[in-house]
Design a binder for this molecule. Structure first.
Ligand SMILES: CCCCCCCC/C=C\CCCCCCCCCCCCCCCC(=O)SCCNC(=O)CCNC(=O)[C@H](O)C(C)(C)COP(=O)(O)OP(=O)(O)OC[C@H]1O[C@@H](n2cnc3c(N)ncnc32)[C@H](O)[C@@H]1OP(=O)(O)O
Ligand SMILES: Cc1cc2nc3c(=O)[nH]c(=O)nc-3n(C[C@H](O)[C@H](O)[C@H](O)COP(=O)(O)OP(=O)(O)OC[C@H]3O[C@@H](n4cnc5c(N)ncnc54)[C@H](O)[C@@H]3O)c2cc1C
Length: 675
């Protein structure tokens, strides 16, 4: 038996796809270990996939696109109950990475009744509840005795937390907080699983004590009777209706009518209110935003995964789809042979790898900050906030663009829900909005960059943190790309640093200049904000490149190193071309250097071509997880598209009631009137 480097090869697969896998130059299991950041986790993912494959009760009973929203919620609740019951047979206890994979395989990305419970409710209790409160609620939450969500956004306000309308007014006499929704716009609106599934929520409300507004604070709030699941008195609650995607999650609304909770339901790990109403402030004003930072840190990996779903589907399909000829004397080619198809897909394959490597670094920093904050050290919170704000925005934006390119790369079949592309896009693009609208979060990073620019301008560059140290360095007069005999990544990194530095300092100059001319700070900020956000994007894209370089430097296996180096070459050349205006406008890069960059790009598209399928196979998504007829591992697309279409609910009968009721009479009357 031949041992292939690509571990997805099976007998009986579409030979066009097998041929692609045979050309792969590296071991896909080893690459999976890079993607999932450890050999152990990559192996466990495979083991979990295998366990699930052998348990039909954990499989979809029919394709999701053929189910109504109600059916999907029922089906997802059935599976959620089963995986809760059998969790310890499938994954290691409390391993969030394994849980994430289990959920993606069994429940999928459309959400489930306890999505926010795991992503935000438990993290909020873990980071913000006192030990006493954790004893009361956290264990019950982990055991799934209660279901919770994170209710912050309102109908009228999501971004601007200082102007939320839900109030929590302290009543010293009864030692209770009175939660109240004063207007329609003050209704909580959007929280996942709030509508129908949760019986508790961590609620964010403006806290008032003796008439003073202490700003947004987090409270543990019971919403429904634990036995009957009926809403408690004083609570108005429901589902907000269907969304672009993610419809298995019941995003909801919530109103309070002078609803009382004990004082001790204020989450009090860092903040306290004494019985007499004395307020004890936290060590950092934004410490209770931790659940948001948790999601922002992890969603980089989540977005990379969804981008890779789409790229796996499109790249496999492009290897079995034959259309047209390049050499007219030869048979029709796989559409993956077209340079335009490669240019559409491969740079996004490189981006997906870049994002997952940056995501792993972000989670590491997040975990460090979490540990430090638990001991009262809040010194890295600002750095983490700046980094995650930029990354969530840049990565979700390019992820959505990449998925849409992948969909279009599948031609007509990409438009069918059999591809599953529309759902992947719909779920992923939500990431541009949730956890802080992208423009708003880029502006958060810009605040950090402007402060750093101000240090540079006042000769205090030595005070710059490691993430922005490059802002204080001196640039070469021009880029050295193609000006040294062996142009390497260092020349590219220096060029990206130059571009990000120049834009940051320019945007900061604009902002400070407007203030010097007499504009008030917020007006000057608003008038500079497009330029500031450009700086934030460039800074973040530089960080992503550097994270990619760091990872490639660490890789020991020569075969992996070679293909990852190819991907990195593709990435830096594509990125530089994409932001070439910035490089050209001050002459840092010349047009002849850009010609070199273009040539390099085309060279690496061709070099990556034989490894394209292996690069997407390395993410090791099972067919169950991908839920795409076009993306099937075995490449048997056409017969399965036909089977999928035949299974469509519309094909249960030959003549639909709508035809009997309307079309037949319409045609009959048209015929009669012609007589
Ligand atoms: C293979 C491995 C996988 C592993 C996975 C394992 C675990 C899985 C876990 C998670 C997976 C998740 C992703 C998976 C993908 C699944 C797909 C679908 C999931 C869907 C889930 C959807 C959940 C969505 C939930 C929500 O959206 S909750 C609501 C979020 N809302 C927001 O984000 C609101 C945005 N607004 C804000 O954040 C703030 O209002 C603001 C804009 C930051 C301003 O705040 P504020 O008004 O208070 O600020 P100012 O007073 O003006 O002060 C500004 C200063 O404050 C500093 N600041 C702000 N925030 C922070 C912070 N967090 N930390 C530190 N500092 C902060 C800021 O820097 C300013 O400082 P200054 O010095 O400049 O003044
Ligand atoms: C799928 C999904 C799941 C969600 N889940 C939850 C959840 O579980 N819990 C929860 O509490 N919330 C949840 N949300 C809500 C989400 O967090 C908010 O929608 C998000 O933070 C954006 O806020 P917004 O809707 O108020 O947008 P807005 O702030 O109204 O944005 C509208 C426009 O105004 C711009 N804008 C606003 N403020 C500024 C500013 N200061 N400067 C420049 N431009 C500005 C924005 O850039 C945007 O272009 C979810 C949302 C989605 C889509």
């Amino acid at each position: 038996m031949v041992h292939h480097q690509n571990k997805a090869i099976r007998e009986g697969d579409n030979p066009d796809l097998t041929a692609e896998r045979v050309t792969g130059t590296f071991d896909t299991h080893s690459m999976a270990a890079q993607i999932y950041n450890s050999e152990a986790h990559a192996r466990r993912r495979r083991e979990i996939t295998e366990i699930i494959a052998k348990r039909p009760e954990l499989h979809d009973t029919k394709p999701f696109p053929f189910m109504t929203r109600e059916e999907k919620i029922l089906e997802s609740s059935r599976k959620l109950t089963l995986i809760t019951k059998h969790m310890n047979e499938i994954i290691e206890p409390n391993n969030s990475n394994e849980m994430f994979h289990l959920n993606n395989e069994v429940l999928g990305i459309e959400g489930h009744p306890m999505a926010l419970h795991g992503i935000m409710f438990i993290p909020a209790l873990t980071a913000q509840a006192s030990e006493e409160q954790q004893k009361k609620w956290l264990t019950r939450a982990i055991n799934r005795e209660i279901v919770g969500t994170y209710a912050q956004t309102e109908l009228g306000h999501g971004t601007n937390l200082q102007n939320l309308e839900t109030t929590a007014t302290y009543d010293v006499a009864t030692q209770e907080f009175v939660l109240h929704t004063p207007t329609i716009t003050g209704l909580k609106w959007w929280p996942g699983n709030l509508g129908k599934s949760s019986n508790y929520a961590v609620v964010v409300a403006l806290m008032f004590i003796k008439g003073k507004n202490y700003g947004p604070h987090t409270f543990m709030v019971p919403l429904r009777d634990e036995k009957t699941h009926q809403p408690l008195k004083g609570i108005t609650i429901g589902d907000i209706g269907p969304k672009i995607a993610y419809n298995v999650t019941d995003n909801g609304f919530l109103g309070f009518d002078h609803y009382r909770i004990p004082r001790t339901n204020l989450l009090m790990r860092h903040t306290r209110v004494e019985p007499d109403g004395t307020y004890v402030k936290p060590p950092h004003a934004k410490i209770n935003y931790s659940a948001m930072v948790h999601v922002r840190s992890h969603m980089i990996t989540g977005q990379a995964i969804m981008l890779s779903y789409a790229l796996t589907i499109a790249t496999r399909y492009s290897s079995v789809r034959r259309q047209g000829q390049i050499d007219t004397t030869q048979p029709e080619v796989k559409v993956l042979e077209y340079q335009t198809q490669q240019h559409r897909l491969f740079p996004y394959i490189a981006r997906a790898y870049a994002f997952v490597f940056a995501g792993a670094e972000t989670v590491k920093l997040y975990e460090r900050v979490l540990e430090e904050v638990a001991t009262g050290n809040v010194s890295l919170m600002a750095d983490l906030h700046a980094l995650t704000s930029g990354l969530k925005s840049v990565v979700s934006h390019y992820t959505a663009q990449g998925i849409e390119q992948a969909r279009m790369a599948c031609g007509g079949h990409g438009y069918s829900q059999a591809s599953y592309m529309s759902e992947i896009f719909g779920v992923a693009v939500g990431g541009c909005t949730y956890e802080g609208e992208n423009m708003v979060m880029l502006l958060q990073l810009a605040r950090y960059l402007v402060k750093s620019a101000s240090l540079v301008k006042t000769g205090q560059s030595s005070k710059l943190g490691p993430l922005v140290a490059y802002l204080g360095a001196k640039s070469d007069s021009t880029s050295l790309i193609d000006r040294t005999p062996t142009t390497g990544f260092a020349e590219y990194v220096k060029t990206f640093q130059h571009i990000a530095r120049r834009q940051t300092l320019k945007a900061a100059d604009k902002f400070f200049g407007l203030m010097e001319k007499g504009e008030k700070r917020p007006i000057a900020w608003n008038k500079s904000s497009v330029e500031l956000n450009r700086a934030s994007r460039l800074h973040t894209r530089l960080y992503i490149v550097e994270a990619f370089v760091r990872r490639v430097e660490e890789v020991a296996d020569p075969r992996l190193k070679e293909v990852l180096t190819d991907l990195l070459h593709l990435h830096v050349n594509y990125e530089l071309l994409d932001m070439s205006t910035y490089a050209l406008e001050d002459g840092f890069v010349s047009s002849s250097q850009l010609d070199y960059v273009r040539d390099q790009l085309y060279f690496y598209l061709a070099k990556i071509r034989p490894n394209a399928v292996s690069l997407v196979d390395s993410w090791e998504f099972s067919d169950q997880e991908l839920r795409s007829v076009l993306g099937r591992r075995d490449g048997h697309v056409y017969e399965n598209l036909f089977a999928w279409a035949k299974a469509s609910p519309l094909n249960k009968t030959d003549v639909l009631p709508s035809v009997d009721k309307y079309l037949k009479p319409l045609m009959e009357s048209a015929r009669a009137s012609k007589l």
